[in-house]
Design a protein around this ligand. Sequence first.
Ligand SMILES: [Zn+2]
Ligand SMILES: [Zn+2]
Length: 130
Amino acid sequence: MGISDPVKFYHHHHHDHQKRSKSPPISAVLTREFLVTMKFKDILENDSSKDCVVCLDEFNEEDEIRCLTNCKHMFHQKCLDRWMDQIQETCPLFRAPILPLVCQDEYKKRFRVFMGLNNFYGENFVIMSL
Ligand SMILES: [Zn+2]
Ligand SMILES: [Zn+2]
């Protein structure tokens, strides 16, 4: 599927910023890999939501939008990413999991791989309940 390596991304990010508090939680990094992002104008079924409940702004044609497959809610990419960085794993509106249900096995597999590497480096990260 051409998904980039989240572990590599994470460590790259971590070293770039030097401050651990700036690093997104691993759950957010992994979940982002499974989310679909589209421009608002390219979303065909957009009759349900016209604005983002996180920032309360209307969607504009060129905005990057994340569509959650479980509950069909839509949010700005930046807004949902910020939400996930606060270690939230459910939709801001409806409490459905952000991670697509069909991707959960793959997510857990990657999470275990990451935690294996993590132990190797002896660092501590927040562990989400899976
Ligand atoms: Zn927003
Ligand atoms: Zn939702």
